[in-house]
Design a protein around this ligand. Structure first.
Ligand code: AKG
Ligand code: FE2
Length: 192
């Protein structure tokens, strides 16, 4: 689902871009080197990735906790109390990547957007949504960036939500001069 543009004011996007710039130099490296797809007890699938991450500051908090965003997310998912349980900036530099995986079980919906123009699409396999994680791991054991996948555009300053806990998705390695900044926000229904 796409979040309507007017849910986030233009000024906040500028603040986010500036905040990301400040956070970049304090971001920590996330480098999982364990090869292969590992099915976790919560049903998520972890796999190798390399990037740097930062939990953000006041601007990202304002976006993640904004009432208007929570309302849209609640409406889209049919769940009353959607709460952002995890959010942050992701910085991808040259050669950084994320192999195919399934997000944390707690994430009812994962939102992503870029802060720079021209971000390459993510890859995803929506048709594998209903397979078990064991089935997915077996099927994709030799396809860390599945070539049969579809492109999932991640636009700049346009939040898009997807079922990252069920749909296997990935980001292929960035080129030698590429640098990207993404925002990810994961919402969970805490009313149950
Ligand atoms: O790089 C992306 O676009 C997706 C990031 C992602 O899937 C994640 O952080 O779990
Ligand atoms: Fe993910």
């Amino acid at each position: 689902m796409d979040v309507p543009c007017d849910v986030v004011e233009a000024g906040l996007w500028d603040d986010l871009a500036e905040e990301a710039g400040r956070c970049r130099r304090h971001a920590v490296v996330r480098h999982n080197q364990r090869p292969g797809l590992l099915v976790m007890r919560d049903g998520s699938i972890t796999s190798p990735q390399r990037c740097t991450v930062h939990p953000g500051g006041a601007a990202l908090k304002e976006l993640a906790l904004s009432k208007s965003l929570a309302e849209i997310v609640g409406e889209a998912t049919g769940q009353a109390r959607m709460t952002p349980i995890r959010f942050g900036f992701k910085f991808y530099g040259p050669g950084n990547f994320m192999h195919v995986h399934r997000d944390d079980r707690k994430c009812d919906i994962t939102f992503s957007c870029g802060l720079r123009e021209g971000l390459a699409p993510m890859g995803w396999l929506p048709r594998l949504r209903w397979l078990t994680s064991d089935q997915v791991a077996e099927r994709l054991a030799d396809a860390l960036f599945p070539t049969r996948g579809d492109a999932f555009p991640i636009l700049s300053r346009q939040l898009t939500g997807f079922d990252g806990r069920r749909i296997p998705h990935w980001r292929t390695p960035l080129g030698p001069v590429s640098r990207e900044v993404l925002i990810t926000i994961c919402f969970a229904d805490l009313s149950a």
